[in-house]
Design a protein around this ligand. Structure first.
Ligand code: UT7
Length: 326
């Protein structure tokens, strides 16, 4: 039995927050933000909109595009660092409740910006071990709730949103996820963290941006080189390279180092900012809705985030094309 990615869907909140919003509130400029990050806007959830609500919207699209109903789903995995509740219940449980699943296993995972790739690898393992058939994986974040809007070095980077995908069992090897590799190094935990709330510290994201930047570039490049070598693949075997969207400069340096052509790279950071675990599925959905991500295409994902965690995945997209799925 193989695991196949049968669909992608996403949800972005209505509010577009442009760079002027930050210029009006702190010592920064549109020019600095644009040049150093490539970000022009990010989407911000409204007060009553929870991470689970965004996850539910993305999930409904993913389930419908996979040609399934909610009763077909036998596992829900939600990757998030901005869950509705601290510790419990999991956001996956709430998404299941809001979708109307019955007696379905549901859990959150915490792997920061690598969360979607981690979720994908867990889904693959559950399917290949014949334990589950149709798994809903979600990356959903309301990062605006854990961003310190007095810290000009981080606050302009992050946005809200969600992406979701259905991973199903198949006998067709051509549709299978080819490989996933995930790693971590807790020695570098202090580079990117939210403080210890048990000690009464504030919940806001703190990042040593410049150090993180340099490690991100090296790690993302090395991870892609490893997985490509392991699978005897070269750049020309990849139709789309979809990296975690943290900073345009990171994407540019990594894309150039790996020698991908412009048409192979999916870049959405300019309009959504960094949405952590949601960034890769949101970028995948953008490519899908623009008819760039098609059935049979070979896709390379590459993620990096707090923990530190990192991971990459190579798969053939096994969903219907957007034009056949309207
Ligand atoms: O998603 C997980 C992975 N995330 C990442 O990998 C993100 C990694 N980091 C970054 O994206 C970048 O490091 C930042 C965008 C956060 C910062 O860019 P940078 O080029 O690394 O800038 P820097 O931290 O080295 O700061 C350069 C200067 C400093 O001033 P001085 O010391 O040179 O006088 C900062 O104080 O820019 C200043 N600065 C700002 N100036 C205007 C920092 N933030 C701002 C700001 N507006 N918002």
């Amino acid at each position: 039995m193989y695991a196949a990615i049968k669909s992608i869907g996403s949800y972005v909140p209505n509010e577009k927050r442009n760079n002027q919003w930050f210029v009006d509130r702190m010592d920064t400029s549109d020019d600095w933000i644009t040049k150093r990050t490539g970000i022009s806007t990010r989407r911000i959830a409204n007060k009553d909109e929870q991470t689970s609500d965004m996850g539910v919207q993305a999930s409904k699209i993913a389930i419908q595009r996979a040609g399934l109903t909610i009763d077909d789903i036998d596992l829900i995995i939600c990757a998030t660092i901005s869950p509705d509740y601290y510790c419990m219940p999991s956001t996956a449980c709430i998404i299941g409740q809001k979708l109307g699943t019955k007696d379905v296993m549901a859990m959150d995972i915490s792997a920061a910006c690598t969360g979607f790739v981690y979720a994908l690898s867990i889904a693959k393992a559950f399917i290949e071990s014949n334990m589950k058939k149709n798994i809903l994986i979600i990356g959903a974040e309301k990062l605006s709730s854990i961003v310190d809007y007095t810290d000009r070095t981080t606050c302009m980077l992050f946005g809200d949103g969600a992406g979701a995908s259905i991973i199903s069992a198949t006998n067709d090897k051509n549709e299978a996820i080819i490989d996933i590799q995930c790693s971590s190094d807790g020695n570098l935990k202090d580079l990117l963290l939210t403080p210890n709330i048990l000690n009464g510290e504030k919940q806001f994201i703190q990042m040593k941006g410049n150090e993180t930047f340099k490690i991100a570039v090296k790690t993302l490049v090395r991870d892609v080189q490893d997985i490509m070598k392991k699978n005897s693949m070269k750049n020309t075997d990849i139709d789309l390279f979809i990296p975690h969207q943290a900073n345009y400069r990171i994407l540019k340096v990594v894309g150039d180092a790996l020698k991908f052509e412009e048409k192979q790279k999916i870049i959405t950071v300019q309009k959504y900012g960094n949405t952590s675990s949601a960034s890769i599925p949101m970028a995948m959905n953008d490519a899908y809705e623009n008819n760039k991500l098609k059935y049979g295409d070979t896709i390379l994902l590459d993620a990096f985030g707090g923990g530190l965690t990192w991971g990459s995945a190579i798969f053939r997209f096994a969903g219907k094309n957007i034009n056949d799925n309207k």
